[in-house]
Design a protein around this ligand. Structure first.
Ligand code: RNT
Ligand code: ZN
Length: 410
């Protein structure tokens, strides 16, 4: 008997059908961020990354143009199991001549649409409210300067049209996430005013008609950014309230909370009040450092919450991390494989039985079971998943070869 067959029997004894699990997981879309490939720089003019986020490291071989980034995406995606979407930021527009962000049009993303269609993938989108001279005093949509605000409102409106174009062209709904860096380094005199202006800006952007069955607008909160330690306009309370009142989808990035707060605990709360919710899966180390996602406890717990509440079709799962200190392709693959492992791990648990133990207050048995599950032959099911997806377990060897043949020559 193969290792998979042996493992399958052991899981069957827990009431888990591993073949059904493998059929489920391969269809769960994970939206993969394009910005791991070039340290969030984009194609405008190599503006330094700003907005209180930072990519640290200077590993050689990063993509510096669309061709390189697309080649790297192909390389990385070929080493990841599962269904993929590609997540693009507005600063990755592909244009012959520079077009500013308040003038962007669908045609500036035609090459991404072509790329996605050829690969049968959906596209997600993000207006880019950072790394730009119109970010003045760290403010965009909440700025007291009307000119600044108007510029960014127009950017948001144009991005909605581009998101709709993505959905129409690919025939797959597009998630458009709004995140602004706006905040203050030191104690503000007015915490309400900037939020009122942000609200008004969002109202103006969302007054643009768009097809709500094709474009899901999400709003991402944050606790603080570098240089904006004292106050963040788009706080959790603001974004959640705005989303609920206006029919948007809340987005939680697990790097955007106080270090002892966990997103895994927030999912079950939001699922009660929202049809959909969205996640940026990342790994913050002491701060919102965007380290590569690992197969760690919190990633497992996040996926467990989604699977246990039968919410795989209600949660938009996206990755968001950027590490420039190691081979960027390997960073991409390690992170997405970790998300996939955590999903698989969650699907291999008898949730109904464990919920019943909780309700019967048999917490002794529940703890024993949770611990026993940790030593089940998960690796054999993972290996079978890769095999069925035609993906080699070893991803380092092809990445090292690509580094030698391609990346090191850039
Ligand atoms: C920043 C947010 C945001 C960005 C991307 C590049 O703290 O997490 O999602 O990482 O838009
Ligand atoms: Zn994020």
């Amino acid at each position: 008997m193969s290792r998979y067959e042996e493992a399958k029997k052991l899981y069957a004894a827990l009431g888990i059908d591993t073949d059904a699990v493998l059929d489920t997981i391969k269809n769960v879309p994970v939206s993969i961020h394009c910005w791991q490939g070039d340290d969030v720089i984009g194609f405008e003019n190599g503006q330094a990354l700003s907005g209180g986020i930072q990519t640290t490291g200077n590993y050689p071989g990063k993509a510096t143009n669309p061709e390189q980034l697309m080649a790297d995406i192909d390389k990385a995606f070929a080493l990841m199991p599962g269904k993929k979407k590609l997540n693009i930021h507005a600063n990755y527009a592909i244009m012959d001549e520079f077009v500013d962000r308040d003038k962007l049009e669908p045609k500036h993303f035609a090459k991404w649409v072509e790329f996605a269609k050829e690969r049968g993938m959906g596209l997600d989108f993000n207006p880019t409210y950072f790394s730009h001279p119109m970010v003045k005093n760290n403010l965009t949509l909440s700025s007291p300067d009307d000119e600044v605000r108007a510029f960014w409102i127009e950017h948001g409106k144009r991005c909605l049209k581009i998101a709709e174009y993505f959905a129409e062209e690919t025939d797959i709904p597009c998630v458009m996430n709004i995140w602004i860096p706006d905040g203050y380094k030191d104690i503000p005199a007015d915490r309400l005013g900037p939020r009122a202006r942000f609200k008004d800006s969002l109202d103006q952007i969302l007054a643009t008609p768009y097809d709500k069955s094709k474009v899901f607008v999400t709003l991402e909160s944050k606790v603080f950014g570098i240089g904006m330690e004292s106050y963040t306009v788009g706080s959790a309370e603001f974004t959640l309230s705005y989303s609920t009142k206006n029919g948007l989808t809340p987005l939680m990035d697990n790097g955007h909370y106080h270090p002892t707060e966990v997103v895994s605990d927030k999912i079950g709360a939001l699922l009660i009040f929202n049809d959909k919710l969205a996640l940026h899966v990342t790994r913050g180390v002491r701060w919102d450092s965007d380290h590569v996602v690992l197969f760690d406890d919190e990633t497992k717990e996040i996926m467990k919450e989604i699977v246990a509440h039968d919410a795989l079709d209600r949660v938009f799962i996206a990755t968001d991390y950027f590490d420039a200190s190691i081979n960027r392709i390997s960073a991409w693959v390690t992170g997405v494989r970790s998300v996939q492992k955590a999903l698989l791990n969650a699907l291999l648990q008898p949730h109904a039985e464990m919920k019943a133990l909780q309700d019967a207050h048999n917490t002794t048995k529940l703890m024993v079971m949770q611990e026993e599950l940790k030593t089940m032959p998960f690796g054999d099911i993972w290996a079978e998943y890769l095999r069925r997806e035609n993906i080699e377990a070893d991803y380092l060897t092809p990445i090292v070869a690509y580094e030698q043949d391609v990346l090191s020559k850039r």
